[in-house]
Design a protein around this ligand. Structure first.
Ligand code: 48F
Length: 261
């Protein structure tokens, strides 16, 4: 072996490849997006023993959390999501109207830590650019991925594939995975209604209600639910996002256990 430089390189390549080889055989659920809904789903699914990978195209966690509300560094969470804050050991100030105030930095750091500590693998800098499907029965069986640096460079490079029992669209306002599937596999019959203007209370309620399975193998959580079903936006209140993440984890668990995924 040569000097430290070569050792650094060898170790990084060797240990990264071990993870990547595991991903070719050993993934139960692919979660796309490390925002609040994706990270919450990752933790609760990993807690149940599933092998989870979260692909996040940015080099950071948290999606829309970091900017708080118009860059003010706090976010709001409702009483109904308090038990999830507690599960992740996220601290808060309770206000008189049963709304909880949380530091944006703590919220995203602890959601990510909770997911990782539960056993989810999060890989940054990876863009999900397509899905894998099978026609009979019609279902989604994984994703096509590409380094986001390649996407940003504009180079024409083919993706590689990761198969899974379930794919979760946690990509936020654009519902990217679902819109790709809707466009490229018209026989799925998916119609994206697009997010509506703000109505915080209604948005929070409906985003939880409509969280779930889109078609066999493909699930939706977080703001992607609003994009799919034409629901109102709610701004920097995050109870709906994390309750939606927990709900999709429960639904996937039930589906995988009953074999109806
Ligand atoms: O946008 P994002 O935070 O989604 P979310 O979990 O939460 C929404 C809230 O942050 C906020 C809100 C709630 O009140 O309105 O906006 O629904 O996180 C989505 C993450 O997915 C990544 C993106 O970089 C972000 O971190 N992402 C999006 N598309 C892809 C992706 C893709 N194709 N491949 C990989 N990552």
């Amino acid at each position: 072996m040569r000097n430290l430089e070569s050792k650094i390189t060898k170790l990084i390549i060797e240990y990264s490849l071990r993870d990547w080889l595991d991903l070719t055989e050993d993934v139960d659920i692919v979660i796309v997006g490390a925002g609040p809904s994706g990270l919450t789903a990752a933790k609760y699914l990993a807690d149940k023993g599933y092998r989870i990978v979260v692909f996040e195209r940015r080099l950071s966690f948290g999606g829309g959390i970091g900017g708080g509300g118009m860059l003010f560094h706090k976010i709001v969470v409702e009483e109904s999501a308090k038990s999830i804050l507690d599960d992740f050991k996220i601290r808060y100030s309770k206000t008189e109207n049963n709304l909880y105030i949380v530091d944006a930095a703590e919220f995203m750091a602890k959601l990510a830590t909770g997911a990782i500590d539960a056993g989810a693998k999060i890989i940054h800098g990876v863009n999900v650019e397509d899905v894998i499907y099978r026609p009979s029965p019609l279902r989604i069986t994984g994703v096509a991925i590409q380094w986001n640096a390649v996407v940003l460079s504009g180079l024409h490079v083919d993706p590689i594939f990761i198969e899974s029992k379930a794919v979760v669209d946690a990509t936020g306002h654009d519902a990217e995975v679902i819109s790709i599937a809707a466009r490229k596999i018209p026989e799925l019959g998916i119609v994206l209604k697009g997010e509506k203007s703000a109505h915080a209370e209604e948005g929070e309620k409906l985003v939880i209600e409509k969280t779930g399975r889109v078609i066999p193998g493909l699930y939706v959580t977080g703001m992607a639910v609003a994009a799919l079903h034409g629901l109102p936006r709610m701004g920097p209140i995050f109870g709906g996002m994390i309750i939606s993440g927990k709900k999709v984890a429960d639904i996937i668990d039930q589906d995988l256990k009953s074999g109806s995924y």
